[in-house]
Design a protein around this ligand. Structure first.
Ligand code: ATP
Ligand code: MG
Length: 286
């Protein structure tokens, strides 16, 4: 029987749902793990452990888990011997410096000698050191955003996505220390057999990621405009062109990436394309 790979994911919190969804999108059955420490996938050699995100890098270094899904912010803060294999495109946030909205902020140098509250002392220390600034770092494990309001700190360094938490606490974001997303990490000494399972998983993850970033587009084009329309489409190789029942018209199928999508659609319309359909892609293997 094939050796099982052990993956650690967050037990509950911001990464839990997207982590489980990613595995499910990869065709891996994950039985609901809430209130459970571990579960096994039935159709893939994977054992899933549900843990606190802070503990995941240590467990992966110690090979208690072979791989894990955790925010890059946690990976860099914990600084364990693990390898980042792949960014996963969810859990996006930034670790930012924030000060009271009424305070003037003139740059990192203005933090010299100040008190900074954070749950990320290592990242903050490294950042300040790289800027030649010395400050008093107070490590607190949660609700960092209230520290300035209660007189505990002059500034904070915390994770931000929309900025609404900062706003509600009378703070403003003044500097980004690190941009982060969820990442797949692995133990540094996996066996050849474990690497094989990881490669199979990665192949699926990449297909899912690619599919998310692309759309399948179908449109109708008058034949005299076909050449111009085709020139606008990147496609995987070249677009598929099929004759329509109506003479003088063709159906054109292609794949467009999310970031160029609206630009190209506008150009296609301008070039005479009609009946444009956009369809999500479930998996994409190239
Ligand atoms: P645990 O109980 O597992 O320790 P936690 O409270 O430390 O959970 P969460 O708040 O669930 O952690 O955040 C997990 C990860 O989600 C963060 O480390 C970060 O990578 C990511 N994340 C994305 N957006 C945000 C955000 N706005 N605030 C905090 N974390 C975010
Ligand atoms: Mg945590």
């Amino acid at each position: 029987m094939q050796q099982k790979l052990k993956i650690a994911i967050q037990k509950s919190g911001r990464l839990y749902e997207d982590s489980v969804k990613l595995l499910k999108d990869c065709g891996i059955d994950v039985k609901n793990g809430i209130n459970k420490l571990k579960t096994e996938a039935e159709n893939f050699p994977l054992e899933i452990y549900f843990l606190r995100d802070d503990d995941i890098p240590q467990y992966v270094e110690d090979a208690v888990a072979d791989i894990g899904i955790v925010g890059e912010n946690v990976v860099f803060e914990k600084n364990k011997k693990v390898q980042i294999v792949e960014g996963l495109g969810f859990g996006k946030c930034r670790l930012s410096i924030a000060v009271a909205r009424k305070d003037e902020y003139t740059g990192v140098a203005s933090l010299q000698g100040k008190r900074i509250a954070t749950s990320y002392p290592v990242l903050v220390e490294n950042f300040l050191q790289s800027k030649g600034v010395k400050a008093e770092i107070h490590e607190i494990s949660g609700s960092v955003e209230i520290a300035p309001g209660i007189g505990l700190a002059d500034a904070i360094v915390d994770l931000v996505s929309s900025g609404s938490t900062l706003f509600m606490n009378g703070l403003k974001e003044v500097e980004v220390v690190l941009k982060s997303q969820a990442a797949l990490i692995r133990n540094e000494n996996l066996s050849a057999e474990q690497m094989q399972v990881l490669e199979r998983l990665l192949f699926r993850i990449r297909a899912v990621k690619k599919a998310k970033n692309n759309k399948y587009v179908l449109l109708n084009a008058p034949n005299e405009k076909l050449e111009e329309i085709i020139s606008l489409l990147p496609g995987m190789k070249s677009p598929t062109v099929l004759p329509l029942a109506e003479p003088g018209w063709s159906s054109v199928h292609s794949v467009l990436s999310e970031n160029q999508f609206w630009d190209i659609i506008e150009q296609l319309k301008a070039a005479g394309a009609q009946g444009i359909l956009v369809v999500p892609i479930e998996k994409m293997i190239i």
